[in-house]
Ligand binder design. Structure first.
Ligand SMILES: Nc1ncnc2c1ncn2[C@@H]1O[C@H](COP(=O)(O)OP(=O)(O)O)[C@@H](O)[C@H]1O
Ligand SMILES: [Mg+2]
Length: 286
């Protein structure tokens, strides 16, 4: 069989392999989960995001890339209102999740965070057993039905069941870093979210554990929308369908994170529309 061609331009901007599946992705988001319009964010007087507009597609992996401090984490945490927990912050603009405003008085933030799960940079399992890490949130949410089944199903979906099924009562801390991160993904999945936000989920993991998580992300995409922050260009190119490139820019006398451009990962890595994107992904900057 001939090698599938994944490059749209004869001179790729960076020598990374773009996932072949990405070729099937429509140039524009068709089924929008998040519609972000003119989003700005401040910590006190300091602006972190300036006028960001972006759409996130359902059952796609969207990668957020850009230099440190350009607001990727802030942006991610706006989506499920985690920034609400930080005092003296301010947000402007609009985020619609499934057609409804995230920042509205009548939205239940608890329900919102159930529907939009999060996985952090450093695996952060609870100091409890493997079983309890997965079972605790559904239990608190008043889950009815067989907990054992839910735990098994969540761990299976997180590609961890085979490794832990005989030691479910062991402490989560007995697992390796990569296993702990998959446990955190199982914990997120257990409350049946629609979206999983991941903030540099592999940055504390070794290369093999990283590959495991990347494979898992590709599997999870069948059922979930994933937004992942990564500083690893190869990872963005390997796993994501779309890429959004952020940068810190000076404007009106202040520096703030902004979205330079977004598009299919295929296009962003082979024929970016902006020189700054090209410089970043080829390692000339950032
Ligand atoms: N809790 C916070 N309080 C004050 N400033 C913050 C806080 N978190 C982030 N910032 C600032 O906001 C900007 C964007 O940070 P962040 O979203 O963490 O960027 P990234 O994830 O791209 O590295 C940075 O200038 C950072 O110092
Ligand atoms: Mg960050």
């Amino acid at each position: 069989m001939p090698e599938p061609s994944t490059r749209v331009s004869p001179e790729p901007a960076v020598r990374v392999e773009v996932a072949t599946g990405a070729a099937a992705i429509a140039p524009d988001v068709v089924d929008t989960v998040f519609d972000i319009d003119d989003l700005s964010f401040w910590y006190g007087d300091s602006r972190a995001l300036r006028n960001v507009s972006l759409r996130i597609g359902r059952r796609e992996i969207t990668a957020l890339i850009g230099p440190s401090g350009c607001g990727k984490t802030t942006f991610l945490r706006c989506l499920n209102r985690l920034n609400d927990l930080i005092p003296a912050t301010r947000i402007e603009g609009r985020i619609d999740f499934d057609g409804r405003p995230v920042y509205s008085r009548d939205i239940s933030v608890i329900e919102l965070r159930r529907r939009i799960g999060m996985v952090f940079q450093k695996p952060n399992p609870f100091p409890k057993s493997i079983y309890d890490n997965v079972a605790i949130a559904p239990k608190v949410n008043g889950m009815k039905g067989r907990m054992d089944d839910l735990v098994e199903e969540s761990l299976t979906r997180a590609a961890l069941w085979g490794e832990v099924k005989d030691k479910l009562k062991d402490s989560a801390f007995s697992l390796s870093g990569g296993q702990q991160q998959r446990l955190c993904i199982a914990r997120a999945i257990a409350v049946e979210p629609e979206v999983i936000l991941m903030d540099e989920p592999c940055s504390a993991l070794d290369p093999l554990a990283t590959i495991r998580i990347e494979e898992l992300m590709t599997e999870l995409k069948a059922d979930y929308t994933i937004v992942v922050v990564t500083h690893n260009m190869q990872q963005a190119a390997r796993v994501s369908d779309r890429t959004a490139f952020f940068s810190v820019e000076e404007s009106d006398g202040s520096r703030a994170g902004m979205l330079v451009e977004s598009g299919t990962t295929q296009k962003m890595f082979t024929a970016p529309g902006d020189q700054r994107t090209d410089d970043y992904i080829t390692g000339r900057f950032g």
